[in-house]
Ligand binder design. Structure first.
Ligand code: 4AD
Length: 573
């Protein structure tokens, strides 16, 4: 008879088979698995010799094996009971489902006529019979009463299905995200209970309009809060149904209205410039090029040049238009397509421009906070949000460079070609900022977060900025970098949300700027004409709507602030 091996140090009762390669750990397990007659060999340490176990230890192990036998029997009994219960439950459920098919719910025409409404408009309908349409946002069955939280895009409504309404086949097979019609009386929730909006619908008639699948295809199996980022991106159309995503988008809608109201109040009028263009605004490197009936064309980077042409026609103007940037930036604040709110104002100076930007932002925030629905969304998404105090801090670019250096905030050293310089170990060499350096996103973020309030950073060197920006005139004999009348508005947690400037008003200076940037002036004839036919001092700005929303709603990334965000490689759904 082959011996059965037990190694008390290195064996395993769970995986062992009793060979020398896979010994058991306990004598009890060996006896339980191979019977009392088995020939046993045991060792206490991995380097000891195997030998026969002592009679007393065998006696003890036999008792242990009996215990194991009992445990096994018990487990088998339980499993059998479980299977039977499951079988009984299944049978019971099938019977219930069969019975439920006989229950047909019909709307009782003798009841008062139900008012068809949206959830947001329920307040004056308390105690009345109402009819609402929507999707099953939450679902719970408690002792034959079905609790549904209905979502119709305007809000959430707790609804209770009981009696016959909870016994139909549709009720027993109802799934999350099915679309339904609910009719019933709007009541206050029972004492001590709360419900969204402060009411509860006691349903007397309802029906499924479009059932959502259950089991493997069930909504909650496709998507839940643990789904990883790539699945969430792929299923953005389903993510949008979630409470947070839909709240962000609802706030976005209020935000756009509030911006439009503020801009209109300041006498700006809205125009809709084209997206298909043949001129660049913010540098050739980020243009999406396309073939336009055999001609080269681009998706617009900014509508600024078109807005400038509207000034003599319509006065001060704004637009809310998509802008496109083909930059390979995977940061939390870059999109390949974003909603760009841009405005242009005539006969102003640089101080007027910053005052106007501040006014529009503060008016917009005030309007949102004064609107109970928008204010509730802000509270939900960003509970500690406070309107920024005025005036916003104004800091010159040169002072910002000093500020960074005083705090030892460094930036990567670059060679003449703009490549990072590395030391022998491959580490990027970090150096102090000097005037003329671009303030990188990381340094800008550190500064904004530390200061903790909106900052107008102004007066950037001309060489860092776009061709159209007005330069600060140099005093006689002054040399060194030329600065521009430009400003970025930086917000805590996000960084730059607005970029603006005064524009070159003179023809000669503009032609020189094209030349310096290597831009062919021919396709810009209409923009240049602006200087030819009655020029004026003017300026404007662009605000990234997703960045503004990320600040307002405290979102980690602008990707959460766009309906269907586009970033490098992603254009689906
Ligand atoms: O600073 P930018 O490039 O300025 C312009 O396009 C000007 N022509 C606007 C004007 O004066 N009319 O962009 C303006 C704003 C930025 O401050 C930022 O908020 C946003 O647009 N923005 C982006 N938002 C998301 N993803 C990107 N890739 C963005 N690029 C700019």
């Amino acid at each position: 008879m082959a011996s059965i091996y037990v190694d008390e140090a290195a064996g395993s009762d769970a995986n062992g088979t009793g060979t020398t390669e896979a010994p058991y750990q306990s004598l009890a397990q060996a006896i339980f698995a191979h019977g009392e007659g088995a020939s046993l060999q045991i060792r206490k340490t991995a380097d000891a010799e195997y030998k026969e176990p002592s009679p007393s230890s065998v006696k003890k192990a036999k008792k242990g094996a009996q215990g194991l036998e009992k445990k096994k029997k018990k487990a088998e009994e339980l499993a059998e009971q479980d299977a039977k219960k499951q079988g009984d439950d299944k049978e019971k459920r099938e019977k219930l489902l069969e019975e439920s098919k006989k229950i047909v719910l019909q709307e009782d025409t003798s009841l008062p006529t139900a008012t068809r409404t949206k959830i947001a408009l329920l307040a004056p309908l308390s105690g009345k019979r109402i009819r609402v349409f929507g999707w099953v946002n939450r679902l719970r069955d408690h002792q034959g009463i079905i609790f549904v939280v209905l979502r119709d895009g305007t809000g959430y409504l707790q609804s209770v299905l009981s009696g016959r309404a909870a016994q139909t086949y549709e009720a027993l097979t109802l799934t999350l995200e099915s679309s339904v019609e609910l009719v019933g009386v709007l009541q206050e929730p029972p004492e001590g209970k709360t419900a969204p909006g402060g009411h509860e619908l006691v349903v007397d008639y309802w029906r499924v309009i479009g059932a959502a699948p259950g089991a493997d295809e069930a909504f909650s199996n496709k998507l839940n809060e643990n789904s990883d980022a790539s699945i969430q991106a792929e299923l953005r159309h389903l993510v949008l149904r979630g409470e947070t995503a839909s709240s962000v988008l609802r706030l976005r809608a209020y935000l756009l209205s509030a911006f439009r109201e503020s801009l209109t109040r300041e006498s700006l009028i809205e125009v809709t410039p084209p997206c298909l263009v043949q001129t660049q605004v913010e540098g050739g490197a980020t243009l999406f090029k396309l073939d336009y009936y055999g001609q080269p064309a681009f998706l617009t980077q900014s509508s600024q040049l078109y807005l400038e042409t509207c000034l003599p026609s319509l006065g001060d103007v704004f637009c809310v238009q998509e802008s496109f940037r083909a930059e390979n930036s995977h940061t939390r604040r870059h999109l390949s397509e974003y909603t760009h709110l841009e405005a242009e104002l005539a006969f102003i100076n640089f101080q007027d421009l910053m005052a106007h930007i501040e006014e529009i932002i503060c008016q917009t925030v005030d309007k949102l906070l004064a609107n109970p629905t928008a204010a509730a969304l802000i509270k939900q998404l960003n509970p500690t949000f406070k309107a920024p105090s005025r005036p916003f801090l104004r800091m010159s670019y040169v002072d910002a460079i000093k500020w960074l250096n005083e705090r030892g905030i460094l930036h990567p050293a670059e060679d003449a070609e703009g490549n990072a310089i590395k030391d022998e170990s491959g580490q990027v060499t970090m150096v102090e900022h000097k005037v003329g350096d671009d303030i990188a996103e990381a340094a800008e973020r550190q500064m904004t977060d530390e200061i903790g309030t909106p900052i107008f950073l102004h007066g950037f060197p001309a060489e860092l900025k776009a061709f159209y920006m007005k330069k600060v005139p140099q005093k006689e004999g002054e040399s060194g970098p030329v600065f521009t009348e430009s400003c970025d508005l930086l917000m805590p947690n996000v960084g730059e949300i607005v970029g603006g400037s005064m524009r070159i008003p003179g023809m000669e200076e503009l032609l020189a700027a094209y030349k310096r940037e290597g831009i062919d002036p021919a396709p810009y004839y209409w923009f240049t004409d602006q200087r030819k036919y009655g020029t004026c001092e003017h300026g404007g700005y662009g605000l990234g709507v997703e960045r503004f929303l990320a600040w307002l709603a405290n979102r980690y990334t602008v990707r959460e602030c766009s309906l269907y965000p586009r970033w490098p490689g992603r254009a689906t759904p």
